[in-house]
Unconditional design. Structure first.
Length: 577
């Protein structure tokens, strides 16, 4: 393999020119205690760290950054740690999705503007992984991702507890009167027992697994639990590897291709992925110039068995069990006939080489292809007069009786209205109703919050009801479950048909036919549209204003229009004056 010369390094433009500006750069590096031996003829590596004091999923990233830097030094590189916005999923309001594109921009511009030749990305919490991948693809410097890793299993009274999933489950039990406040608090105390992202197959586990099969991590790294000492060793190995990637000039455009995105789709379905994966993969693919649509998700879903018996789609296991059963490599080896195994990974080897011989140690956790959790259907895309541009659901995460359902609408115009009404004893609702929350999409939310798992009305919980059809232009947590139909596009806030539903209108869902239909004639809908008044803009300034001007709808991945490859070359280099 041809290796680059030291003179060709990007950082040499900052440090090795015989001009005044390079003298200043060297002097300022010396001001920080560095010397020429640190940077001369060495790749400079950005370590993009999304640690913060308010992000429990990334609490270990200070230590992992040091491990990465140790590996970079071992391999003869020069590490430069750079902080980036942390996007703490559990604390940021109204939603981290509002800021995913901001982190993507920050990641891209950190790489573009600094004297670096490659990057190690520290990410894990839901939006951090797709955001930094999006930015890295656009910057197109050699890049490797260190996935943050799932937390250890939660346990309570001998039962596995999954972050998110069991919060929803036991919150309903508390509201329904089957557990008391003391038991509820005990559940909370035993759910999240270590640093690391959600250990269910939520958005974080999904997106780190998909970054893995995409080729942007060491193959199988995404399965390693965050507290495992193997995770620390993986981080150090990533630091060593990125130095060689720079010398080899192995860039994201060689890794993220149409073939690797097809692998992502297959793997997502086999994992029983988060619905949020749809939005993020659409955005990542568009950054890479790969043209995919909602129809590709539905197509692959129909032909791919769900093999990962991991909650919430699976029955009881969590990511720690998945790792101990063989992890992602073992699942990919079982999927080999459906994968493009010649795709390149950050190791410089193909995906096929990386997964060769991987074994499954617990067949109930990673099922054989001939004995899947479900034979298909991780994600279904529905279309109809209620969602002309599509919407998504997880058919295998809800009772099959909702796969073909018809019922009257009960509409909430906002989260505030829903919270005010949902627990009222006199709420006019039955188990057959279709709950609708609107004005919660990319612009309406704003930012498309995870509000799509609408709570079951309290009066129904007390009757034993635990699921019903719910429709929204919002998203839902990947740890959620139930008959939730999400990402309705176009959203109500911009005049999508969801804006014109009235209480009592009949709504019909047919999974087999992939349809979602509002049983109101076209003339009535047109009359309602004519009476509709567009909401006032939510933002008058700042990032929110920019977001509102340029964000795409859910079926396009919610990226900013001007960041798509159609707008020009993915990378431009700053001039050195």
């Amino acid at each position: 393999m041809t290796r680059r010369s030291p003179e060709s390094l990007r950082s040499a433009r900052w440090f090795d020119r015989p001009d005044l500006k390079s003298h200043v750069h060297r002097a300022r590096a010396m001001q920080m205690g560095y010397s020429a031996e640190d940077w001369r003829k060495k790749p400079c590596i950005a370590v993009i760290n999304t640690w913060s004091d308010v992000n429990p999923c990334h609490a270990h990233f200070r230590d992992r950054a040091e491990s990465v830097k140790r590996g970079i030094l071992q391999a003869g590189g020069f590490p430069l740690e750079m902080p980036a916005i942390s996007l703490a999923e559990t604390f940021v309001k109204p939603t981290t999705m509002l800021y995913r594109n901001l982190l993507a921009i920050e990641g891209e511009e950190l790489l573009r503007s600094h004297p670096v030749d490659g990057a190690v990305l520290l990410a894990g919490c839901d939006k951090t992984t797709p955001a930094l991948i999006m930015g890295a693809i656009s910057a197109n410097l050699p890049t490797i991702l260190v996935p943050g890793g799932p937390q250890m299993n939660g346990m309570w009274r001998g039962e596995r507890l999954g972050s998110g999933s069991d919060a929803w489950k036991y919150w309903d039990e508390l509201r329904g009167g089957t557990i008391d406040e003391e038991q509820w608090n005990d559940v909370l105390a035993h759910t999240n027992r270590s640093f690391g992202h959600c250990m269910t197959m939520g958005t974080a586990s999904t997106m780190n697994s998909l970054a893995d099969v995409m080729g942007l991590t060491f193959t199988g790294a995404s399965s390693i639990p965050a507290p495992d000492s193997n995770h620390t060793r993986m981080a150090t190995a990533a630091g060593r590897r990125i130095v060689d990637m720079v010398w080899e000039d192995l860039t994201p455009d060689q890794i993220v291709t149409r073939a690797s995105i097809e692998n992502v789709l297959v793997t997502a379905m086999a994992l029983g992925c988060s619905t949020n994966a749809v939005i993020h993969v659409l955005a990542i693919a568009a950054r890479a110039g790969v043209d995919i649509s909602l129809d590709d998700f539905d197509r692959v879903s129909r032909d791919t068995p769900i093999l990962a018996n991991v909650r919430p789609t699976g029955e009881k296991y969590l990511m720690q069990d998945f790792h101990e059963a063989g992890g992602l490599c073992a699942l990919l080896e079982r999927l080999r006939p459906q994968l493009n195994v010649d795709c390149l990974t950050v190791s410089g080897k193909t995906l096929g080489d990386e997964i060769a011989g991987a074994e499954v140690y617990m067949d109930d956790v990673i099922r054989p292809v001939d004995n899947p959790i479900f034979k298909d259907g991780a994600i279904a895309v529905l279309r109809g007069n209620l969602a002309p541009d599509g919407c998504v659901m997880k058919p295998r995460a809800c009772d099959p009786r909702f796969h073909n359902h018809r019922g009257p609408a009960l509409v909430f115009d906002s989260m505030a209205e829903m919270k005010e009404l949902i627990d009222q004893d006199d709420l006019d609702v039955t188990a057959d109703h279709v709950l609708i929350l609107r004005n919660a999409g990319p612009l309406g939310g704003p930012g498309m919050p995870e509000w799509g798992m609408l709570p079951i009305p309290k009066k129904l919980l007390e009757q034993g009801v635990r699921d019903m059809v719910r429709i929204s232009d919002a998203r839902m947590s990947g740890t959620s479950y139930g008959a939730c139909i999400l990402h309705v596009a176009p959203e109500a806030h911009i005049g999508g048909p969801l804006a014109f539903v009235e209480n009592g209108d009949m709504v019909a869902v047919n999974l087999q036919e992939r349809t979602i239909h509002l049983e109101v004639d076209d003339a009535t809908l047109q009359a309602r549209r004519a009476r509709w008044t567009a909401p006032e803009p939510r933002f008058g300034r700042g990032y929110g204003w920019m977001f509102a001007q340029h964000v795409g709808q859910a079926d396009k991945g919610c990226d900013f229009d001007y960041l798509q490859t159609a707008f020009g070359p993915a990378v431009g280099e700053p001039e050195i004056f």
